[in-house]
Design a protein around this ligand. Structure first.
Ligand code: AMP
Length: 512
């Protein structure tokens, strides 16, 4: 079950059709994509990489991402795409944990900042291109005979312990996710084109799979990021785009359409489907999005541990305004996707009756094999075949899941998951800090913004600027608290645990 065969299939059926674009510029045909992936696979072999070895991608969105994925899988290697915005110390932790042998790095990272890689190659350099360059008598290595349960993608997600955990995503997980997209999210035709505006290390990149299987096209915007004007222009030039975006990005796209007074027809010419998920979407926002851009939205709910697949709220359900429970439905995350079952359970994992609130469990072919080298976390998260998501919600009588809350402390800001403990551990290294507790405060633009409550040691003074500097030196910039609140003590329960709910309530009561 090697996903590379999907590329080979299209490289035979439509060899010279353009498969990948960089901006509006054609970048590779199907046969060129397959050829470049084959050459990468051979280069990996020549450098001594064996099936099961890991390859790190620490890079911004680039068309090369797609051939690197396929080149790795061709040779039976495990891809580790990590967010280009991570601090190099965070990436170092991932390297220490997963021990990749090669790293493909973006140009702003110096290989000297990362220890433990046998080889580091800048993704936009000549040495990258020389891996692929034509050599006399080149014959490709055979496509690796991947078992469905082999890990092919290590997806690093932070845990409540603050330490990232490597989710082992298998070939079966990816194929099931790719196939169910057609049933649960959106049918794909070969003329369709997937645009990678959000990071390819996360959901957007995972959605390359259904588009690969369907023989559709792929475009990486020239800016490598999210620029609504650029996306509308690309859609008009190349054909209506499909894309995956967190709600905050969706809101920016809708803002643009509204300000430019684009008609439904103009929106339809630029976007076929915008899939949103990864964080809560407020009812007002999705209603406005539908009003401004028309029926081109689908919601998904999933997590790294069951990539992109738990539930989906279809295009049809989003526009079915005559349904008596329409409002409840658009506030939900939809119904179970095809390969999974959803259960709402109590703390022991026992199913709760319809309507009751409990932890969301997921079981099925997209659920991860386990965490990399972390048996205790795997045992805690996978029990009796069920994935304990840490999300809290309820199912209605029609099977629609409404998420009531997230695992208590996770902050989701701009679609990125931020684990307070990680930030607290950095703050606690400041000599003047006695205690620190980080929570999310509601924010109209980002969803949530990060606020740190800090208690200084007796007789000492903590300073926001110095703490911010400390964070800059240790964690990704987007995880830095945007606000510091200095207090004399933190609210605690009888067991001495900090009551974060109370801190959040305080912020809600006095938001500024
Ligand atoms: P990640 O593993 O980074 O993809 O984050 C997954 C988490 O994001 C889930 O466990 C949920 O808490 C949250 N999430 C994902 N999709 C949605 C959604 N559609 N609505 C609300 N929260 C979501």
């Amino acid at each position: 079950m090697n996903l590379t065969h999907q590329l080979i299939r299209w490289s035979r059926i439509r060899p010279h059709d353009w498969a990948i674009f960089h901006g509006a510029r054609p970048w590779a045909s199907f046969v060129q994509w397959a050829d470049r992936s084959a050459r990468l696979a051979s280069a990996f072999r020549e450098r001594g990489l064996e099936p099961g070895d890991r390859v790190l991608f620490f890079a911004q969105n680039h068309p090369r991402y797609l051939e690197l994925l396929l080149g790795c899988w061709w040779a039976g290697l495990v891809a580790i795409p990590v967010n280009a915005r991570l601090h190099h110390r965070e990436v170092q932790w991932i390297i220490d944990n997963a021990q990749p042998r090669i790293g493909f790095l973006h140009k702003t990272v110096s290989a000297d900042q990362l220890a433990g890689l046998e080889q580091a190659i800048e993704i936009e350099s000549d040495s990258y291109e020389s891996l692929i360059s034509r050599r006399e008598g080149f014959t490709s290595v055979p496509i690796h005979d991947t078992h469905p349960d082999d890990t092919v993608w290590l997806f690093y997600t932070s845990g409540t312990t603050g330490r990232p955990k490597g989710v082992q995503i298998t070939a079966r997980n990816l194929l099931s996710m790719g196939l169910c997209y057609f049933n649960d999210v959106d049918p794909i035709a070969p003329k369709d084109i997937m645009a990678y505006a959000a990071p390819m290390s996360h959901g957007a990149g995972l959605y390359s799979i259904p588009h690969l299987i369907a023989g559709a096209r792929h475009v990486v915007p020239a800016s490598g990021g999210v620029d609504p004007a650029e996306l509308f222009e690309l859609g008009r030039t190349l054909g209506p785009l499909s894309t995956f975006a967190a709600p905050t990005i969706v809101n920016r796209i809708v803002d643009y359409a509204e300000i430019e007074r684009l008609s439904f027809e103009q929106c339809a010419a630029a976007f076929k489907t915008i899939v949103y998920g990864g964080a809560p979407m407020y009812v007002n926002d999705i209603q406005r999005a539908l009003r401004v851009m028309g029926p081109r939205f689908v919601q998904i709910y999933g997590q790294g541990e069951t990539p992109m697949v738990a539930t989906a709220l279809s295009r049809h359900h989003l526009i079915d305004t005559m349904h008596p429970r329409h409002l409840q439905r658009i506030a939900s995350v939809g119904v179970a996707q095809t390969p999974v079952q959803i259960r709402i359970a109590d703390a022991q994992g026992q199913a709760l009756p319809t309507g009751e609130i409990g932890e969301v469990l997921v079981r099925g072919d997209t659920v991860m094999r386990g965490y990399w080298n972390n048996e205790s976390a795997t045992r805690e998260t996978l029990r009796d075949g069920w994935l304990f998501t840490g999300d809290v919600g309820s199912l209605d009588e029609d099977g629609f899941l409404t998420l009531r809350d997230r695992s208590k402390d996770l902050i989701i800001s701009g679609g990125s998951n931020i684990y307070p403990r990680e930030i607290e551990e950095v703050l606690m290294t400041a000599p003047e800090v006695a205690e620190a507790a980080v929570v999310g405060a509601p924010d109209a633009h980002w969803g949530e913004t990060i606020v740190a409550f800090v208690v200084a040691k007796p007789g000492q003074r903590a300073d926001a600027e110095l703490l911010d500097q400390l964070c800059k030196e240790n964690i990704a910039r987007f995880k830095r608290p945007k606000r510091y609140v200095f207090v004399t003590e933190l609210p605690k329960n009888n067991y001495g645990k900090v009551l974060k709910t109370e801190l959040r309530d305080r912020l809600a009561r006095a938001p500024t």
